[in-house]
Ligand binder design. Structure first.
Ligand code: HEM
Length: 455
């Protein structure tokens, strides 16, 4: 059903799909210029969705009773990757219950356990990179991010199972990495398993192998009486709801793969954009190094995570480069008035991170990288929403922010790097996310000359 309440482009749905896949940012920007900060897109294969780039409209959505929306059923497109027992596709009570079980490993004290591991992994990976030769920073960040997920989330960081599962996970992640294979997610008719050598068959084969290894890991931990690790899997296995029920093996496996997809590409991409910007602005890099040197001599990870300028740099990266062009659609279950318009049930409302983050009235010169804006002003959750909001806000946001800060801090305080291109690196779709085209080529020049001993 076409949304008659809000205008939108009149071009064919198939052409809208092509534009949405090719360049969702430019497409939104053009629509916003013509129709204003609320418009409807009618993309082939999807229900028409209302894109909202107005903070007041977003506030009205986030402040609704969550029972007035379904969200999970709008995410079914991703089900072939992480299954039917995933937080992404749940709604209502089921979603609430699952979120409660999954939340503790991602907050408070649990994060402190992960901090040192993140720094160690970053250094191990970068120490292995060749010096004075071009490298793609996105590849390096993907390696770090995968190792962090394996260690912190899966709790698998060595041994035979680690050796087997790592390449399989990397292969699985490639599905959303390449523009070709990610089209498989948008075009259902391509999802045909013609055996191990066909593209979709290969994905399903890899998925089955990963699930087999995860099942072995879960069974092994259950058989060991003291499975008291601090990784997310251990905490998930120990978690119980009010009625004393824990997650089943099938739920555990789907949730692990969900966390892999939700946490890997997103964080790796944000860190790559961060390097692109700080290497393009030597004065910002200098300020970051100075702050690191002044604040701590021991590179204490928890102290680093609190540094204001480092925090502002990461916030500005997430403002300028939203990883998802829009947040998960909120599908209305009742009549609802948003921005003075009354929408019927079954309307898909999608706040646009991108449109809000590039509003001139909120962010002066939005196309300029200016970390200072986050030191000068505090933005509301409707003006700044890289992790979405309300009851579906990103589960892993605190881990993602911690990882970004610690990886950046560890690398820039030890190594000098330089960009090998003077061209602007443009955002490009990779699967569901928006990534730097070309992956940000850099050269690692060697150690930073030290003014003090970092220990
Ligand atoms: C810079 C990195 C990241 C960004 C920018 C990001 C962004 C987002 C966004 C925009 C959403 C949708 C929220 C909404 O619709 O309101 C989301 C959901 C989610 N994210 Fe992240 N994310 C990041 C990293 C992570 C990490 C590291 C994990 C876990 C390991 C994670 C797990 C999830 C999960 C499970 C959801 C679904 C939440 C739900 O449906 O209740 N994300 N993320």
């Amino acid at each position: 059903m076409k949304n008659k309440l809000v205008n939108g482009p009149q071009i064919f749905p198939l052409w809208q799909l092509i534009r949405w896949i090719q360049d969702p940012l430019l497409f939104q920007q053009e629509c916003c210029q013509i129709y204003g900060d609320i418009f409807t897109l009618n993309v082939q294969g999807f229900a028409p969705f209302v894109v909202i780039g107005n903070p007041l409209g977003i506030q009205e959505i986030f402040s609704q009773n969550p029972d007035n929306f379904d969200v999970g059923r709008g995410n079914k497109i991703a089900e072939p990757l992480f299954g039917t027992k995933s937080l992404f596709v749940y709604d209502g009570k089921r979603h609430q219950k699952e979120r409660k079980l999954l939340m503790p490993p991602f907050h408070g004290q649990s994060l402190q356990f992960y901090a040192q591991s993140i720094c160690d992994i970053a250094m191990e990976v970068v120490n292995k990179c060749p010096e004075n030769q071009p490298i793609i920073i996105r590849k390096v960040m993907q390696t770090i991010s995968l190792e962090v997920i394996l260690k912190v989330v899966f709790g698998i960081s060595e041994g035979e199972r680690y050796q087997k599962i790592k390449p399989l996970l990397a292969q699985m992640l490639d599905v959303t990495d390449s523009p070709l294979t990610s089209s498989f997610l948008f075009f259902k008719f391509l999802q045909k398993d013609w055996g191990k050598w066909s593209p979709w068959g290969r994905i399903q084969y890899t998925r089955r192998k990963i699930y087999q290894l995860l099942q072995e890991e879960i069974e092994e931990r259950r058989s060991q009486k003291n499975n008291s690790g601090s990784d997310v899997l251990s905490l998930m296995m120990a978690a119980k709801d009010e009625s004393g029920q824990s997650l089943t093996d099938d739920e555990l496996k789907d949730e692990l793969v969900t966390l892999l997809f939700a946490g890997h590409e997103t964080t790796a991409t944000s860190m790559s954009w961060a390097f692109y910007q700080i290497l393009s602005h030597p004065s910002i890099l200098e300020k970051m190094r100075k702050e690191l040197e002044e604040t701590t001599n021991n590179l204490n990870p928890l102290e680093i995570a609190k540094l204001p300028y480092l925090n502002a740099v990461c916030q500005e990266v997430l403002r300028m480069y939203p990883i998802l062009p829009i947040i998960f659609p909120r599908i209305t279950k009742t009549k609802m008035t948003i921005m003075g318009r009354e929408f019927p049930p079954e309307t898909w409302l999608t706040p646009s991170i991108y449109l809000v983050h590039y509003r001139e009235d909120l962010y002066h010169e939005p196309h300029q990288f200016k970390p200072e804006r986050f030191l000068e002003k505090k933005f509301t959750n409707y003006e700044y929403l890289p992790f979405g909001g309300g009851t579906r806000r990103c589960l892993g946001y605190a881990l993602a922010e911690l990882e970004m800060k610690l990886v950046l801090a560890s690398i820039i305080s030890k190594y000098s790097l330089t960009l090998t291109t003077e061209k602007t690196v443009e955002p490009q779709r990779r699967g569901f996310t928006i990534s730097p085209a070309g992956g940000v080529p850099v050269i690692l020049l060697g150690s930073v000359p030290k003014t003090s001993d970092h220990g």
